[in-house]
Design a protein around this ligand. Structure first.
Ligand SMILES: [Zn+2]
Length: 89
């Protein structure tokens, strides 16, 4: 059994906060920027400022969660990917 590090646990808890957001506008934005099975954002940032799909959480998700006073843990975009990979086996 894998033991989660503190950062992984904080990121896991924060990902649940993201899923629990109920503010209507924030929910719509977050739904547009959900993560795919490879841990990338499914938003369309790659058409604009970024050259490719960013790791999830992308800057848009972090912006929304900052606005809701629930900022991502440090290094969440790296950690979320690894944590999800472990969870999926
Ligand atoms: Zn995004």
């Amino acid at each position: 059994m894998q033991v989660m590090t503190d950062v992984e646990a904080a990121t896991s808890a924060w990902m649940q906060l993201v899923e629990a957001v109920s503010d209507p506008l924030a929910r719509k934005v977050l739904n547009l920027h959900c993560r795919d099975s490879n841990g990338y954002c499914q938003g369309d940032e790659y058409d604009g400022e970024w050259p490719q799909s960013p790791n999830w959480p992308c800057a848009t998700v972090e912006l929304v969660m900052d606005h809701l006073d629930q900022p991502a843990p440090a290094a969440a975009s790296d950690t979320a990917w690894h944590w999800q990979r472990q969870r999926l086996g």
